[in-house]
Design a protein around this ligand. Structure first.
Ligand SMILES: C[S@@+](CC[C@H](N)C(=O)[O-])C[C@H]1O[C@@H](n2cnc3c(N)ncnc32)[C@H](O)[C@@H]1O
Length: 217
């Protein structure tokens, strides 16, 4: 077993996080016991953050105690692993606008108390104006104006020198352009808005025609 980023482990070439509630597996993920500790296997075909780590992204800014604004939480698959990484000292403000997904997110948040579920539209930041400033804005909403939405949220909620983690689904942004063109364009928008690109990776073969960008603002 190797700790490749703080609280992110590689066990027999599979990503894993420590399970704070032994026996609990909200997504029917495989659990592994090692050195009297239990780990949850983190499937990179279901989580773009995990795919980016498997693709060798050079920095992973989420660590114990991080405060995260997560846009597009869905039913909480990736949130659940990030919750394990940040531990009790951290917090995830999990924004989701689909009522169906939000309902599925609630049971997870009643177990992992560091995830605060918020039903809101990430385009309408006034709907969650009350949250505190965060270390990381994580954005995975698969919308054509996703980068603009991410930038607006960073300007409002990110601490100075904070990080943006942005998952890009090429087809949601422009089906007429090649994925490479789309990624270059979104990166250009970030740079023009004052972000420094730390690293980015395409996510094939885990997620086809997706990229993951880590930037600092
Ligand atoms: C690709 S899924 C997210 C998967 C999730 N991040 C994970 O890894 O487990 C995108 C989610 O973003 C939500 N979404 C899309 N646009 C949104 C918006 N403007 N505000 C809030 N949520 C949005 C969708 O309802 C959907 O659940």
């Amino acid at each position: 077993m190797e700790e490749i980023f703080p609280e992110v482990f590689l066990i027999k070439n599979k990503l894993a996080t420590k399970n704070p509630i032994p026996g609990y597996k909200p997504f029917d993920e495989e659990l592994i016991k090692l050195n009297k500790k239990e780990f949850r296997l983190w499937n990179p075909t279901r989580s773009k953050a995990a795919a980016a780590i498997k693709k060798g992204i050079k920095e992973f800014p989420i660590k114990r105690g991080s405060k995260i604004l997560y846009l597009g939480a869905a039913h909480g698959f990736t949130c659940s692993f990030l919750s394990n990484v940040i531990g009790k000292e951290g917090i995830i403000y999990a924004i989701e606008f689909s009522e169906r997904c939000f309902k599925e997110l609630i049971p997870l948040c009643s177990k992992y108390k560091n995830i605060i579920p918020i039903i809101a539209d990430a385009r309408k930041i006034e709907e969650y104006f009350w949250i505190e400033k965060v270390d990381i804005v994580y954005c995975d909403i698969a919308q054509p104006d996703e980068t603009e939405i991410a930038i607006r949220n960073c300007k409002e909620f990110l601490k100075p020198n904070g990080y943006l983690m942005l998952a890009i689904k090429s087809r949601s942004i422009d089906v007429t352009k090649s994925p490479r063109e789309v990624y270059k364009n979104e990166i250009k928008k970030l740079k023009e808005s004052g972000f420094k690109i730390i690293d980015w990776k395409t996510l094939d073969p885990y997620e086809r025609a997706h990229a993951f960008i880590i930037a600092r603002f």
